[in-house]
Design a protein around this ligand. Structure first.
Ligand code: SF4
Length: 133
């Protein structure tokens, strides 16, 4: 699957950062759920419903798929669409796509990349709304 991803250097101070994988609220599309189930995981193991939207489940405060020893994503090639576009997020109040300042690499994301991938994030949000109404 050749889904566009935002390339981020997640190595910070010599180790994988993993900051965005703690207390995750990442929503899951139906395709994300099916792809992860194909790996042999039960949906109830990795997804929870919050606000009527399926989201990645946390365990011990981090995404169920994060290895907390190494901060590696254990399903990286199969990770959800929203994870592929992070640190792009929607500023709900302004209705625009921005770079999440919580990401230590936020300032390194070029504006051209934000502009190029913003439509993909907006489309993903639209898809999530359609799937959950
Ligand atoms: S917060 Fe940013 S640098 Fe850290 S793992 Fe997530 S995307 Fe990578």
């Amino acid at each position: 699957m050749a889904e566009e991803s935002l390339k981020v250097n997640c190595r910070v101070n010599g180790r994988l950062c993993g900051k965005c994988c703690y207390e995750t609220e990442m929503p899951l599309t139906k395709a994300d759920i099916e792809r992860i189930k194909m790996l042999g995981f039960e949906e109830s193991f990795f997804a929870r419903l919050e606000g009527g939207v399926p989201r990645l489940r946390n365990i011990n405060g981090h995404c169920v798929f994060l290895n907390p020893e190494t901060n590696e994503c254990t399903i990286y090639p199969h990770r959800p669409s929203g994870c592929r576009l992070y640190p792009l997020v929607l500023d709900v109040e302004k209705g625009v796509v921005v770079v999440d300042e919580l990401c230590p690499r936020a300032k390194e994301i070029p504006m051209e990349v934000v502009e190029e991938l913003a439509p993909r994030l907006l489309k993903l949000i639209e898809q999530l709304c359609e799937e959950n109404t």
